[in-house]
Design a protein around this ligand. Structure first.
Ligand code: SAM
Ligand code: SF4
Length: 469
């Protein structure tokens, strides 16, 4: 892999970001209300407006932020929630990220890289639970280049379980590649390429990433540029909360998104905001240098919803079930569920061991338990992958999303994939609840398209699969 950083610039102007944070504290309530009124139009926010909302301390105004975020979320996404699971392919890693259990110096971690056969076994377990969307996760090691990663993706797509399950979208979270490497991932049909900058503060970044390829801040900062240059137009970005001041990192993340939009006409497809979790032999993970409280975290998610209304917001099982429940209403559009965080975990009967995991999960419920709970709260679980398979990605997707497409296409597609789940995988109690939800959604949903939707739901009950519009 060519790792040439000589011509890369740091488009994150740290002084400018800090000025935006510092000059927008303690704003006048009338100004905050103006920003919320603007946010309701779902046109997004400037970095200054975002910084103002991020720093609102008044409880009533905070509640107004949450209420606005709920409205925007509902108007754009309705009550759908997309579900996925991570599949860890290797935990071998030559980097030394001080917060991660996979760092090279962690000699107590049991290292493992799945063979093609082992990947297939893990995928079959996930398919038999009902998963259709996976994110493959990799440590970074010179042994594993783009060709090998592409081969693991092919293996996942080619695995069919006996229950007729098939993974329909494979996303990737791996270390940044060069343009040729990204092209190989594009050619093999990955969905989203996801990579977190961790922190945009270069000095903190250098301190926490002392060796391996990951020490090159600019190489990582330009990862999405290279991915897009290679034709991957769905990218997922994020920062790891707890490493540096969350206000700085949030504004910088949005500046990064704006930079991509300026250069490529489209920003990130999704944003993630993982918080540090305890990890074996990773002191920083137990004592985050910049901890973010629950209330700051909730406000951050609501503000992101308002700042980039059409960008998916992803929440992992790092958070506990109570927090996950609250964040659904105020912004999150994709949830992982039933996750296990090491290679071979889904086929491991004795899986809950710290000496293998990347970090400890906060919500260890099964996929069916998570689905049951979200259905009880009126959400439609979705495994829809129609857009990506129809080529409605990147700029094309964003244009459609801004014109009410999500409600007209994503909603029926969500109901169809949910009906498949109920037929093939759900427990009896989830199935009963799910059927009630589908009936009420059809009855109370728009007249337009109802007949077609009813017909598709019936065809699914009669055994057809993978229907979508
Ligand atoms: N090795 C690749 C990389 O570093 O980009 C991809 C896989 S890495 C396992 C995925 C992400 O896990 C990292 O980008 C980091 O944000 C997150 N992570 C690492 N340690 C963590 C911890 N202790 N708690 C929460 N998230 C963590
Ligand atoms: Fe390796 Fe990624 Fe963990 Fe860093 S975060 S040690 S690169 S797996």
């Amino acid at each position: 892999m060519k790792l040439d950083i000589s011509k890369l610039d740091n488009f994150i102007d740290e002084d400018k970001i800090w000025n935006i944070v510092n000059q927008n504290t303690d704003a006048d309530p009338a100004r905050i209300q103006d920003i919320l009124n603007k946010a309701l139009e779902a046109k997004g926010l400037t970095l200054e407006e975002t910084a103002i909302l991020l720093q609102v301390e008044n409880p009533e105004l905070n509640e107004a932020i949450f209420e606005t975020a709920r409205k925007v979320k509902k108007a754009i996404y309705g009550n759908r929630i997309v579900l996925f699971a991570p599949l860890y392919v290797t935990n071998e890693c030559s980097n030394r990220c001080s917060y991660c259990g996979f760092k090279d110096t962690n000699s107590e971690l049991i290292r493992r890289t799945l063979t093609a056969g082992e990947i297939k076994k893990e995928v079959c377990v996930l398919e038999d639970l009902g998963h259709k969307r996976l994110i493959l996760v990799y440590g970074e090691h010179p042994k594993f280049g783009a060709d090998w990663i592409a081969e693991t993706v092919r293996t996942v797509y080619d695995t069919l379980s006996e229950k007729s399950g098939q993974i329909r979208r494979v996303n990737i979270n791996c270390a940044p590649l060069d343009v040729d490497g990204f092209r190989k991932l594009h050619e093999v049909g990955i969905g989203t390429y996801q990579c977190f900058q961790e922190t945009y503060h270069s000095k903190t970044y250098s301190d926490l990433h002392p060796c391996g390829h990951k020490k090159y801040f600019l190489w990582r900062l330009h990862a999405m540029h290279r991915a897009m240059e290679a034709g991957i137009d769905d990218v997922g970005m994020g920062t790891l909360l707890g490493l540096y001041d969350y206000r700085f990192d949030t504004i910088a993340l949005l500046a990064h998104a704006a930079e991509l939009e300026k250069q490529f006409g489209v920003g990130p497809h999704t944003l993630s905001f993982p918080r540090l979790e305890p990890a074996l032999n990773a002191e920083v993970a137990f004592n985050p240098p910049y901890p973010i409280t629950d209330s700051q975290f909730k406000r951050l998610v609501a503000v992101l919803r308002l700042a980039v209304p059409f960008t998916g917001l992803i929440l992992s099982t790092r958070e506990n079930k109570e927090m996950r429940r609250e964040l659904l209403d105020i912004g999150v559009s994709q949830l992982s569920a039933g996750s296990r965080t090491y290679p071979g975990a889904y086929t491991d009967p004795d899986y809950d061991r710290p000496e293998v995991q990347q970090f400890c999960v906060g919500d260890s419920r099964s996929l069916d338990e998570v689905i049951k709970e979200i259905v009880q709260h009126g959400y439609i679980p979705s495994w829809c992958t129609a857009c990506y398979r129809e080529g409605r990605t990147g700029e094309e997707f964003m244009k459609l999303a801004k014109n009410g497409f999500i409600q007209n296409f994503c909603r029926p597609n969500a109901l169809m994939t949910f009906n498949e789940y109920l037929q093939d995988y759900a427990s009896e109690s989830t199935r009963d609840l799910g059927r009630e939800l589908i009936n009420s959604e059809v009855e109370n949903g728009p007249q337009k398209g109802r007949k077609k939707l009813l017909d598709s739901l019936l065809r699914i009950e009669q055994g057809e699969r993978d229907l979508y519009i």
